[in-house]
Design a protein. Structure first.
Length: 303
């Protein structure tokens, strides 16, 4: 297949692009800077500009573009950046794919577009699958608009999959960089009550799920890309402490997280989703890392 990838410089993209090439796919990388290699092609998602011929003969686009969500307060400017970067990139690709589909309706195309389990909002201990509706907080509303930006491609007959990804555990993941340092200093512990669910997925399984979905012609719509056994923050804390051989007896109180991180802390740290990968499992995908212990060991060892 000929596959275009946006957001290839991120954690997932860096692992995905070489895996796709190893599978024998021809990969085009969309970049916002001056291209450095023959397989890189410039686009301008901020102004919704892309060479109309660039996606003309591609079989698939994997859209991972968007400003990274980092542990910082959700200021108005930061929220705008998070939303605009995702909607602009997705709209640009979706509209270009729709144009390509109109010009060559015989070619079967697929758009695998990033989203997040934040779509569901804070679901407490209730298990959620792809059948559940959206939450009401900022991240949930962001995901709704993010996914909605694929409408032109879907209307043109492109198979669209929304990758509702959980916390990706891999070497270089920001979450593990921050928590790993804290735990190695002996300051690790649960965050708030610790009862909020953290839907995780190993980087290996994230990449493998994308590769699987490229050719899963009967799968479309939302797909939870999460490990099969979600855990609470308290359980995650305990497992990470064991993985790095450090105690986890401390706890960061809810008010401190809310005070330091504001809305981000309340919606991303103190809230969570008990999301399970129902669609992936029903489609026959087999996870390499089925428990958070396995995923953490792989991430910390670089496997």
């Amino acid at each position: 297949m000929k596959v275009a990838v946006s957001g290839a410089s991120g954690l997932i993209g860096k692992a995905l692009v070489p895996a796709l090439r190893a599978d024998g796919h021809e990969v085009l990388v969309l970049v916002r800077r001056t291209p450095r290699t023959a397989d890189e092609h410039r686009w301008d998602p901020q102004h919704r500009r892309i060479d109309p011929s660039l996606l003309g003969d591609v079989d698939a686009v994997i859209n991972l573009a968007g400003t990274p969500i980092r542990p910082r307060p959700f200021t108005a400017a930061y929220k705008k950046s998070l939303l605009d970067s995702r909607v602009d990139a997705t709209s640009t690709i979706s509209e270009a794919l729709a144009t390509a589909a109109a010009a060559d309706p015989g070619r079967r195309r697929v758009l695998l577009s990033a989203s997040a389990v934040g779509f569901y909002g804070d679901t407490g201990a209730r298990t959620v699958t792809e059948r559940d509706g959206p939450g009401e907080d900022f991240l949930a509303r962001l995901c709704v608009q993010w996914e909605g930006a694929t409408a032109p491609a879907e209307a043109a007959g492109v198979r669209v999959v929304h990758l509702r990804t959980g916390l990706v555990l891999g070497r270089g993941a920001l979450l593990l960089q921050i928590l790993g340092l804290v735990f190695r200093l002996g300051l690790g512990g649960r965050l708030g009550s610790g009862r909020q669910y953290w839907p995780w997925v190993s980087l290996r399984d994230e990449v493998d799920a994308v590769r699987f979905l490229l050719t899963a012609d009967d799968v479309s719509g939302p797909v939870n890309v999460t490990g099969p056994e979600p855990v609470t923050n308290a359980e995650f804390t305990e497992r990470l402490g064991a993985a790095v051989s450090r105690p986890t007896f401390l706890a960061v109180p809810r008010f401190a997280i809310s005070l330091a991180l504001g809305e981000f802390g309340r919606s991303s740290v103190l809230a969570g989703q008990r999301a399970v990968p129902a669609v992936l499992q029903d489609a026959g995908f087999v996870f390499t890392h089925t428990t958070v212990d396995e995923a953490l060991r792989a991430a910390l060892s670089g496997a």
